[in-house]
Design a protein around this ligand. Structure first.
Ligand SMILES: [Zn+2]
Length: 314
């Protein structure tokens, strides 16, 4: 889950992936815009809003939880300052090279975490978090995509997914990759080494990791790699998590965001959406638009395992 004030949305047509905004500016903007209902930048975290009661951010805040920072917001694009190489790969101490793990590319290999190893020219849909009030929604979406010949990636929060193992099994049988979105969706860069390890270790088994908010620096990337997990972010944020007037963005707005994304964001691209939002309702429109624009979707070729191949087999 991810939230951010609308002001952080960057203009369309820009190459948003590489944009970097200094964190303090983002924090200031978030506080200014969101006012008293947002406390996402505090280091004293109130519980985050995993469950999404109707009523939006205000209701959530009233319930004592804090919205999380944005998955697609610039906050995850940490400016220089030792937060890794410009391409987002980790720098490791000289002489320390983790043993190669199948499906986990060496950080120096040119692996583009925002494309997740997608070099197919096709577009990969990804759906994050959990369908809180209707867990079976995940497999219904999976079935719909399967019937359209599309393979997607689901990144599930294991605190919930572990209670419904059949959902993960079904999604994989439907031909979708299912990756880890950690145990409980804490922002990894704020955790101690031990907490970080616990969050990653207790995530869904497999080698595909989407860090909450896309926020993973060199330390997080390195620890993930040591556990056999490779970071997979996105090129197109649909902002489906964003709330306007207490409601999530509607399906038409989500669809338009994808349609208007740049060719570079679409080719070998990865689209970020969520299981609790209106993103699933926008999927058929998104797939139709992209196909019409000449961007085929990642194909569904049948059941998959928990090991996601690198490069992706789309
Ligand atoms: Zn998330």
């Amino acid at each position: 889950m991810s939230e951010s004030p609308g002001v952080l949305r960057r203009g369309r047509g820009r190459h948003r992936r590489r944009k970097r905004v200094p964190l303090p500016a983002v924090v200031a903007a978030a506080v200014l815009v969101a006012g008293s209902t947002y406390a996402a930048t505090s280091t004293d975290d109130p519980p985050e809003c995993d469950a999404r009661p109707p009523g939006g951010a205000g209701a959530a805040a009233a319930g004592g939880c804090a919205p999380r920072p944005a998955a697609g917001a610039p906050a995850r694009r940490r400016p220089g300052g030792g937060h890794g190489a410009p391409d987002g790969t980790a720098r490791r101490p000289a002489g320390v090279r983790p043993a190669p793990v199948a499906g986990v590319p060496d950080p120096d290999s040119g692996y583009d975490r925002e494309r997740c190893g997608n070099t197919s020219g096709r577009v990969l849909l990804s759906l994050d978090d959990w369908p809180y009030d209707d867990p079976e929604r995940a497999v219904r979406i999976g079935a719909q995509l399967q019937s359209q010949g599309v393979r997607a990636a689901f990144f599930l929060i294991n605190k919930y997914a572990s209670q419904y193992p059949r959902i993960t099994t079904t999604l994989r049988r439907q031909g979708h990759w299912v990756g880890s979105h950690t145990w409980s969706h804490r922002q990894l860069t704020r955790l101690t080494d031990d907490e970080l390890r616990d969050e990653l270790r207790n995530g869904l088994p497999g080698n595909f990791l989407r860090p909450p908010y896309g926020d993973a620096g060199p330390r997080e990337t390195e620890v993930a790699a040591s556990l056999g997990q490779r970071v997979c972010n996105w090129t197109i944020d649909t902002y489906d998590w964003q709330q306007v007037g207490g409601a999530f963005r509607d399906a038409d707005a989500i669809r338009a965001t994808v349609r208007e994304a740049t060719p570079e964001e679409k080719t070998n691209g990865v689209i970020l959406g969520h299981l609790f939002s209106h993103f699933p309702e926008a999927l058929t429109g998104i797939i139709g638009d992209l196909r019409e624009q000449g961007y085929p979707m990642c194909r569904n070729t049948g059941p998959v395992t928990e090991q996601v191949p690198y490069p992706l087999e789309c």
